[in-house]
Ligand binder design. Sequence first.
Ligand SMILES: [Zn+2]
Length: 300
Amino acid sequence: MLKTRLALGCAAAVMFSWPALAQDQDFSAVQIETQQVGNGLYMLIGSGGNIALSTGADGSVLVDTQYAPLNGKILAAVKAAGGGDVKYVINTHWHGDHTGGNEPLGKAGAVIIAHDNVLVRLSSEQFMAAFNQKSPPAPAAARPVITYPQRTTFHLNGNVVNLVHVNNAHTDGDSIVHFTNANVIHTGDTYMKDVYPFIDVGSGGSLDGFIAASEAVLARSDANTKIIPGHGALANKADMQRFHDMLVACRGLIKALVDQGKTEDEVVAAKPTAEFDAAWGMGFMTPEQFTRFSYQAMKR
Ligand SMILES: [Zn+2]
């Protein structure tokens, strides 16, 4: 969606700044774009993480909520898509650009669901070293009221929806959300289309976890699967396969240097990901950040 490093840098400042900076951002110009991905199933693109919307007789279900100031626009998009009241909210992980809109939805009666560790992190102050950013505990109405440890299933609006925890990928509380009969998967931030991943080392993330998460998505995908990434445009299995193969290659290149006893700065200086940087390193994460966070997670 955003093409330049500068624009993505600005997005990054907003993305991981919940809620303090979210209040400072001007959301007035943000438009919510709605893209149909299945029968009664939509991808909503605005500011922050992509949302999946399921509509039907059981009420509307949202996967992630972007930011609280966008709540009115998101609800208008739900209504325009034919959806009723939002009854359920699923959070793919704790970051504020995916959970910032929880509070107004929780206050209006939506049941919020996430992995166990999302509640743990939303219940206490968090510090993201990567952005030198503190996040205060979330208000009570914004916290999940149902949490799960490894896997759970919803039967809503004619969909069988698998929530599957993938360990220590982007964070320690990631879920992928698989609308099985619709053949649609929301990956949360375990996948952002065509850019290096953000390994939130402080939240338990790791490169190994990203590779395992991409393998979990691939195992659930076929040529017709629609993959909703945490950020970026709608993707497919071939996109995910390229991402996976790039991660495996980079892990090998970085680990070889780690095994030689190189320091973090020496590994960065060796530019182990150079052959991939033109294709993957022009987005949210620079090659240096990707290399540093990969190293830090390997040494943890
Ligand atoms: Zn995130």
